[in-house]
Design a protein around this ligand. Structure first.
Ligand code: AMP
Ligand code: MG
Length: 317
């Protein structure tokens, strides 16, 4: 069990936080909305650790935090509409879902392997100072255990995540206290989540009425994910053996394996490898091929891994 450090929102605190983040560790930090649980958005291990620390039962995509619009353009493609709302509301509690830029270098765990990315520039001097000290994008969902109330003070973060994360930066209480508004612009514009920026303000800036999510934009809705996430090959789960013609993905030392999520049976390593291994297995299996996946224990990150695997194995439309 690690001891969570409380770091001051001063130069030495940011330097320590940046060192931890470069080591794929997690640092909670204040934004104007709530405290975020930050990890290097380019590191599979760091992002897997975010899901583990929060106990999230599902690999839903996370919001990427950057210090300015120019940096955001390195990761997402901005059209005229996206440029307009970014100019009007950033820095601020508005997240944009935009097409992912090819070669962005983001971990596929951050985007749930989608071809879109959720990104924002927070309006909090401590968040900006941390992003600049670190010099990279931070994936940061709310810094609370899954299903609990979002934290707006460092004490709240420690209540839920003490011993599960490397550090929290003490930046006092958050001003907004509700999450960012999420505007989907990867496809037809849609409000994906109400939040700190009122929808009326967005509609005024865009000059259009915004339909709410609950459509194909929302990768949270389980049914819609199944086909998006499906490999070409057919997937067989809980496979303790390998049938003729199958590519088998192993976990732990047991059984025959062409690829392995984790030779040592480490669930964090397996989560970090999951999307990469599924893609490689799909390439190896070919279009009419079959993939067999070893049993993964239904505990901790194993639940999120199994959720993702069940979607991959679900019947195709
Ligand atoms: P959180 O980081 O926990 O505040 O929430 C992230 C929210 O952003 C979730 O509701 C996601 O469904 C949404 N989101 C993140 N990335 C995407 C994406 N690429 N497409 C659509 N929604 C996204
Ligand atoms: Mg949350």
């Amino acid at each position: 069990m690690i001891v969570t450090e409380t770091l001051p929102a001063l130069t030495e605190g940011f330097a320590r936080a940046a060192t931890l983040l470069r080591d794929a560790q997690l640092v909670a930090f204040p934004t104007e909305t709530v405290y975020g649980l930050g990890g290097d958005a380019r590191s599979d291990l760091a992002v897997a650790r975010i899901f583990e620390a929060k106990g999230r039962p599902r690999f839903n995509p996370l919001i990427v935090h950057v210090p300015d619009l120019q940096t955001a353009r390195e990761f997402a493609r901005f059209d005229t509409r996206a440029e307009a709302v970014a100019a009007a509301f950033w820095p601020g509690p508005l997240t944009l879902v935009l097409p992912l830029r090819a070669g962005s270098g983001l971990s596929p765990l951050v985007t749930a392997d989608l071809d879109s990315v959720a990104i924002r520039v927070p309006a909090h001097p401590v968040a900006i100072a941390l992003l600049r000290a670190f010099g990279g994008p931070l994936a940061a969902p709310s810094a609370n255990p899954s299903g609990r109330i979002s934290p707006t003070r460092p004490e709240h973060v420690l209540d839920g995540l003490q011993g599960r994360i490397a550090a929290v930066i003490d930046g006092g209480a958050c001003a907004v206290g509700v999450e960012s508004t999420i505007l989907g612009l990867a496809e037809a514009p849609a409000l994906l989540r109400p939040g700190g920026v009122p929808v009326e303000a967005l509609e005024a800036a865009l000059g259009i009425a915004l339909p709410s999510g609950g459509n194909a934009h929302k990768p949270n809705a389980p049914g819609q994910l199944a086909s998006h996430y499906a490999p070409h090959a057919l997937v067989r789960l809980n496979a303790t053996d390998r049938a003729a013609g199958e590519v088998r993905i192993g976990f732990g030392p047991e059984g025959p394996a062409d690829l392995s999520l984790s030779h040592s049976g480490d669930l964090v390593e397996a989560a970090a490898n999951l999307f990469h291994i599924l893609r490689r297995a799909d390439d190896l299996a070919g279009k009419a091929g079959r993939i067999a996946v070893a049993p993964i224990p239904e505990v901790g990150l194993g639940r999120a891994i199994n959720d993702r695997l069940r979607r991959a194995a679900a019947p195709r439309p």
